[in-house]
Each structure stands twice: as C-alpha cells, then as structure tokens.
Ligand binder design. Structure first.
Ligand SMILES: Cc1cc2nc3c(=O)[nH]c(=O)nc-3n(C[C@H](O)[C@H](O)[C@H](O)COP(=O)(O)OP(=O)(O)OC[C@H]3O[C@@H](n4cnc5c(N)ncnc54)[C@H](O)[C@@H]3O)c2cc1C
Length: 506
C-alpha cells in the first residue's frame, strides 16, 4: 500500500493521539495518519495500568518549582477542559480529593511554607491538620492499635478538583474526535511498526512491513523508541535514553479516598511513593511507582533489549553521568532500594516499610505486587551537559521531523506538547492554526488572574493553622525547635527564583 499525507504521526499513545486531534480540529491541514506498532491504541505507557493516572497540576508535586507549576497547571487544565468539553466525566476524567503529606517537623514546616507560596496559583488548596485528616483520610493517622501516630503531620491539598484520567480512554476519545472533524482525513493504522524513515527531497518516506507512507511532516511520538528512531536518522546523537521502569503495589480494597503524595526529596529524579485510587480497579489503592533501570525500551513486551543498547550509546560520558549519580548517597540508596523492590519475597516486605509512612497500619495481607502494571519512563541523558534530564525532551530537526521523549508528566502535557509541535508544523507547511478556537476551547482563562490574589488574609489564616498544630502536638510532646524560626528548610527547592519573582507581574 502506498499513501501520501500532509502529516504522519508515529505512535498512538496519548501524545500521538493528542496531536492528531489538535491537527484535525485547529489547523487547516487536511490529511493526517497515525502509525501504531501494536494492535490497539495506548498499550504502552499511556495504558491505564502503566501510569499513576494523575493529572499533574503542580500543587501536590512538591519538587515542582512555582514556575514549573504555572506551566504544568496550564497544560493540565487543557486535559481537564478537553474531557469536560466532551462530557467524559467519570468515564475518562475523575475527581478525588488530593494532598501532599508532610510528616515530622521538617516536612510539616516545608509544606506550610510551600502552601503559603503556592496558594496564589492554587486558590482551592487547603491545609489539613491531624484532626482534619482523621475525618478526610483516617488511615493516614491511626496505627495497628487504632492509636494516633505521634509525629506532626499536615496535609496540603484540595477537594472537588479533577485529579485523575484514564489516559488510554482519553487517547481513544482523541482519535475518535479527530476522525469526526469534517473535511479531514484522519487514518489510524495499527499493527504498523515504522521500521525506517527516509528523508526524500521534499517529503519523508515511512516504511512498515506492508506499507509505504509518504508525508510532508513527521512527528515521532514513539515513547522510548523516539530517540531510537532519531538516532537511526542521525539526529539527537548527543542524547541517550535511560529507561526507568516503574512498578506498583495494589491494595485488595479501597483504603484511601483520594490521592496522597509525599514530600519529595528534591535530589531524586522521580516522584516519591504515593497512593492513588485506581479508576480502572474499582478505586482500589495503587502505591508506587518504584524506579528501576531496565535494559529494554518496552515493559511487558518481548524484545527491545538491543534497541536499549543502541539508544544508550554507551561511552565514557555516559559512564561519567552514571558514576556522578552514584556518588550521591541519597541517589545511591534510592537506586539500591528500588532494585530490592523488584526481588520476589523480600520486595513486599521492604516496600511496605515505605508505604507505612503513608498508612501506619498497612498490613502485609492488604497489598500485593501489581503484576503487569507499570511502564517505562524514557529518561534522557544529555551528553553535552553530562546530566540526566528530569523532564521531557523534544528534538526538532528543523527540516520537517520532530522526535518527542515523554517521561512523566508526559500524559498531563499531551495537549500542550501537541500545540508546541503544531506551531512548528504550520510554519513549516505554510498552513494555519486557529488560535482563537484553540484558546476558547482549551485554555483556562482564569489561570493568570489567580496568581494575583492578595496575600494578607492567607497570612492570618496560616498563623492560625500553625498555632492549631502547635497546640495539638503539645498533647504528645514539646519540641523546642518548634518555637524557632524554621522557614529555610531544604533551601526551598520549589522557589529558587522567589525574590526575583516578587517583582514580576503575571
Ligand atoms: C510508572 C509511571 C507512572 C506515570 N505516571 C504518570 C502520571 O500519573 N501522570 C502523567 O501525566 N504521566 C505519568 N507518566 C508518564 C506518562 O505515562 C507518559 O509520559 C505518557 O504515557 C507518554 O505517552 P506517549 O504517547 O508519548 O508514549 P507511549 O504511551 O509510550 O506511546 C508510544 C507509542 O508509540 C508506539 N511506537 C513505538 N515505536 C513505534 C514504531 N516504530 N512505529 C509505530 N509505533 C511505534 C508504541 O507502540 C506506543 O503505542 C508515568 C509514567 C510511568 C512509567
């Protein structure tokens, strides 16, 4: 079969599906195809079993800077707005309470400080004391003997927000809606692994085992394989891909009412362990993800070991990045602990010790290793900077092909990433993007106004909350450090540009 399209997308995960939708709905590009290796949409990282199903807004992700949270919130709102526009509530998008938990003096103070700063961006954020948590999320508080945990604890979170998405279902919806656009040709080819991409004079030739597809512009949204395909064409040779698998543990029944995140050690590249209601498993709680280097590009699929070695492009620089990472004791311990989390028999015993930081009374009989759950985060190593990159990476060749690598929170940013790519595509193809329609439908208009909220009432409120916590904790112990001025904990990893930002207007 030979066919020609204006734009060809490789990969029908959430990134490829979002791009197909936006191209069909907001541009005058007429013909789009999506080539997917497997027999269905979103079977890898965008599957409901592979990720934590979280819409990352930046409110409970304590390692996000304020600036990063501004951007992630805008991207996250796009996902929310899309789902609401098509009435996908409780089928694709779900609402739970959510919080980040501070446990012990240091973390509690950290969370209160962070709350004060982030409330302008997230006006619905609340601070929950131990008494509040007893009502909202009781299993966070009581131990095996139904006694209250002794440490100071605070939850910063919100109720009534859209928090959770089944990204597989969203991918399916995006492609269906793309196909519904009038006067557009949107073709999805499953079982169509792109084996080769050739740059011809004014177009690209994509070869699968039984098709030859020609396209004026190509976007490779192939997850961990994007860099593999880029390298094959001689692009992105300064990058390597380090696949970090994430696994989960599942409870046998629902034990949390909402999402519970923990304070993140800012040195560690991945989210701290969290508990989430799994919307595809009757709301049973899923703990994780773990983080383990895996020498293959796809989880739970045969092969891809060789693809891993080719994409890693191991050399002295990569060795240096690894040894630098291992020099840090926090990172080293984290890596070893996560290896142990995968070793049968001892894994559950070790994992539960960590999970009990969230739920002190968690019993061995209540959780099991979630077999066939989890995915691979294609983390990018930048050889020039000799560093592990924490977020997403995109290679725009400038001659009509883009390659996207999408570790977490890639599912949340699918629509924002698609817009970024579309601006390049329409420029290159001399086509048009309907900004007005895009902004009307997907941009949250109130977003920037929220940042301007006056601080005074919140300061008063915060001092009351601190006082309440102090009185409550005095029932258990008196910590002399508590009366001291504590604000500088952990050098505020979330606000490195704070002073500068005070002069900004959003
Ligand atoms: C453990 C874990 C937890 C996560 N939690 C979250 C979360 O809570 N929230 C969040 O926002 N993000 C989360 N993420 C990240 C998120 O899952 C990914 O960023 C997102 O799913 C990436 O989507 P994608 O479409 O880019 O890639 P994928 O979903 O991996 O899709 C790539 C597609 O390309 C296809 N493909 C590959 N090679 C070829 C080829 N040669 N030809 C044709 N097709 C090809 C694959 O078959 C696949 O369908 C998590 C990730 C992991 C691993």
């Amino acid at each position: 079969m030979n066919k020609k399209y204006e734009v060809a997308i490789i990969g029908a995960g959430i990134s490829g599906s979002a791009l197909a939708y936006e191209l069909a709905r907001y541009t005058d590009i007429k013909s789009i195809c999506i080539l997917e290796k497997y027999d269905d949409i979103a079977t890898l990282n965008s599957s409901e079993k592979a990720n934590s199903q979280t819409i990352h807004f930046g409110d409970i992700e304590t390692n996000y800077t304020f600036e990063k949270a501004i951007l992630t919130k805008q991207a996250a709102k796009m996902v929310e707005k899309y789902c609401l526009q098509y009435n996908l509530e409780n089928e694709v998008i779900f609402s739970h309470q959510k919080m980040a938990l501070g446990i012990g003096d240091k973390e509690v103070e950290f969370m209160l400080e962070r709350y004060e700063e982030f409330k302008s961006l997230f006006p619905n954020l609340q601070v929950w004391t131990k008494e509040d948590l007893k009502k909202i999320e009781p299993r966070l508080i009581y131990d095996f003997d139904h006694k209250e945990r002794k440490e100071r604890i605070v939850g910063v979170g919100s109720i009534g927000e859209w928090t959770t998405v089944n990204y597989k279902k969203m991918s399916i919806s995006l492609i269906e809606n793309a196909k519904r656009e009038k006067n557009k040709q949107v073709d999805l080819f499953t079982n169509s692994e792109v084996l080769d991409i050739t740059k011809l004079e004014n177009q690209f030739l994509l070869t699968t085992k039984d098709k030859k597809i020609y396209a004026d512009f190509v976007v490779v949204n192939a997850g961990a394989h994007s860099l593999y395909l880029a390298h094959k064409m001689g692009y992105g040779l300064d990058y390597s891909c380090l696949p970090i698998a994430g696994s989960f543990y599942m409870t046998v029944k629902k034990i949390l009412n909402g999402k519970v995140y923990m304070v993140q050690n800012p040195k560690l590249p991945f989210a701290a362990l969290h508990g989430d209601p799994d919307v595809a498993q009757n709301g049973n709680t899923r703990f994780g993800p773990t983080a383990l280097v895996l020498p293959k590009l796809e989880r739970y699929k045969n092969g891809t070991y060789l693809d891993f070695f080719k994409t890693l492009r191991f050399d002295r620089v990569i060795l240096k990045i690894f040894t630098d990472l291992l020099k840090d004791s926090d990172i080293r311990n984290y890596i070893f602990k996560n290896i142990l989390f995968e070793i049968p028999i001892i894994n559950k015993y070790l994992f539960i010790q960590d999970a009990r930081k969230i739920i002190p009374s968690l019993k061995m009989s209540e959780i099991k290793y979630a077999k066939n759950f989890g995915g691979v985060r294609p983390q990018v190593l930048d050889k020039n900077k000799q560093k592990l990159m924490l977020g997403e990476a995109s290679i725009n060749s400038g001659d009509g092909i883009i390659f996207n690598m999408t570790p977490s929170p890639g599912a949340t940013s699918c629509l924002a990433n698609a817009k970024r790519d579309i601006l390049q595509i329409v420029k290159f193809l001399n086509k048009n993007f309907n900004y007005e329609k895009f902004e009307n439908e997907l941009i949250d208009k109130e977003h920037f106004d929220e940042v301007k909220i006056n601080d005074e009432n919140h300061k008063l409120f915060m001092s009351k909350i601190r006082e309440e916590i102090r009185l409550f904790e005095e029932k258990y112990y008196y910590s002399s450090s508590y009366t001291e001025d504590l604000p500088d904990y952990w050098e505020k990893p979330y606000s490195p540009w704070r002073n500068k930002r005070d002069h900004w207007s959003f």
